[in-house]
Design a protein around this ligand. Structure first.
Ligand code: DUC
Ligand code: ZN
Ligand code: ZN
Length: 469
């Protein structure tokens, strides 16, 4: 069996950086050696990692390739989106299969298997969005956990008439999750209240993209987060994971629950760590549409960004995902000219998360170990992919990234690989660069050259969360 010997690098895992050589045999990591102690002869290729970090392939636990939304669909296919992810050092995504109200859950899952089969460049798994909680979908939850490798279900407290579940439905799904061990993922914004504010804003003639943020205030994220946490407590502490947390007061709710030892977790996304209501969503004219996403970007005059970085350090925020949901400006975002509520919600970042979070290391906001934990190890543990994914250890899949801290990345539409006609990160300069990307022992990216193939990526069945109490 052929292999790879990755020599001279600094292996970074949740335990911190160590000097070690890594032997890959076939699709698996075979051994770690003291520098220079590995085999000197054999049927393997040597990769020189001198001066580089050797990290587990990153796991993006929240993407929406080809997602039908707002009268259009997300512009990355599973082909273009997973290739872009690979360029950025992500070797596994967990995307969302969708069941709409009135549809059979298993049909929704089958549709997502059909979309992905033979299309992905990296490994992939699914969460299931439940757009309708009823007796049938509750029964389906058991079947998906027991037989399909789907162990997490997303519910929405927002988007009435589309994905929205009321409190009774949420409670029933949480009770079911408590019984079968699944994780409930919550889009925590008070949708009915937001819809009132949106209608009132439009009646006043407030139609620009910035009103998307103003009509989704922090209070309505904090209130929904708190309500979700209380509902989970009524469901005997069902495991709860708040997605795309953006605001300080929502984080306070999560932190308080975690201090009580509750089964409550949260993720944030790069856009909330770097971008703001005023500078991006409030850009001139219709330009701000590029940054319309939900939850929305928050004010730079408040403490959100600093609090989110602090939350990542303290583990009140466990994971950084992208919520990658890209739309082109032309023919998609521009559907909302004259009415911000018609702008499709979403930002594309699947290619940039590893770099954007490494910038946090350079800026002294995260340790190297925490960088790797938040982008790879913890999402793998959170969603039942560990130790197959998320760690450089014997027996794990050989999903490995060589990261060059001495190189630089300049982000922009001319160089990115996502299927978008603009970049939400145009002009961002990162002190670091993804150098080599390996998926199950196969080199997908070296430097700027792509060696991967569509269809290399496999569906991965997930177990229950490692963090379940
Ligand atoms: N938020 C977004 O920005 N896009 C897709 C769905 C969501 O919840
Ligand atoms: Zn959401
Ligand atoms: Zn999402």
């Amino acid at each position: 069996m052929t292999g790879l010997l990755i020599k001279g690098g600094t292996v970074v895992g949740p335990q911190g950086p160590i000097s070690a050589d890594v032997l890959v045999v076939g699709e698996k990591i075979s051994a770690l050696f003291m520098p220079g102690d590995g085999p000197v002869e054999g049927d393997f290729e040597v990769l020189d990692a001198t001066g580089k970090y050797v990290i587990p392939g990153a796991v993006d636990a929240h993407t929406h390739m080809e997602m039908p939304f707002g009268g259009t669909k997300a512009s990355d296919t599973f082909d273009t989106g997973t290739r872009a992810a690979a360029f950025g050092g992500t070797t596994t995504i967990i995307d969302f299969a969708i069941q709409r109200y009135g549809e059979v859950v298993q049909d929704g899952l089958a549709a997502w298997h059909a979309k992905t089969e033979g299309e992905c460049h990296i490994d992939y798994a699914f969460h299931m969005i439940l757009g309708g909680v009823d007796d049938d979908s509750l029964k389906a939850m058991d079947q998906l956990v027991a037989s399909e490798g789907i162990t997490s279900f997303k519910l929405f407290m927002a988007y009435p008439g589309v994905f929205y579940s009321d409190d009774g439905q949420i409670l029933r799904a949480m009770q079911k999750a408590r019984d079968n061990g699944a994780m409930i993922m919550m889009h925590a914004e008070n949708g009915p209240a937001i819809d009132v504010l949106v209608k009132q804003a439009l009646e006043r003639g407030e139609t620009d993209p910035i009103y998307h943020g103003i009509t989704r205030p922090e209070a309505l994220e904090a209130e929904a987060t708190s309500r979700a946490i209380w509902l989970a407590s009524v469901a005997a502490d069902c495991p709860l994971y708040i997605v795309h947390l953006s605001a300080s007061k929502a984080l306070e709710q999560v932190a308080a629950a975690r201090d009580l030892g509750r089964n409550v977790f949260a993720e944030t996304c790069p856009q909330y760590l770097y971008l703001t209501l005023e500078d991006q969503l409030g850009a001139d004219g219709f330009e701000g549409a590029k940054w319309v996403c939900s939850t929305p970007l928050r004010s730079k005059h408040e403490t959100h960004r600093a609090d989110l970085w602090k939350g990542l350090r303290s583990n009140d925020l466990s994971v950084v995902s992208t919520d990658h949901c890209p739309f082109c400006f032309k023919d998609q975002k521009d559907m909302g000219i004259g009415d911000f509520s018609k702008i499709p919600n979403g930002i594309g970042s699947v290619e940039h998360r590893v770099d954007l979070l490494y910038q946090g290391v350079v800026d002294g906001k995260l340790s190297l170990a925490r960088w790797v934990e938040t982008i790879a190890t913890t999402p793998a543990r959170m969603f039942g992919l560990f130790p197959q994914k998320g760690i450089i250890a014997p027996g794990s899949d050989a999903d490995i990234v060589l990261y060059d801290p001495a190189a630089r990345t300049r982000i922009g539409v001319e160089t990115h690989h996502m299927n978008m006609d603009y970049s939400a990160w145009e002009g961002f300069e990162i002190a670091g660069k993804v150098d080599t990307v390996i998926s199950r022992g196969t080199v997908l990216v070296s430097g700027d050259t792509y060696h991967g193939t569509k269809g290399h990526g496999r569906f991965v069945r997930r177990g229950l969360s490692d963090y379940l109490i």
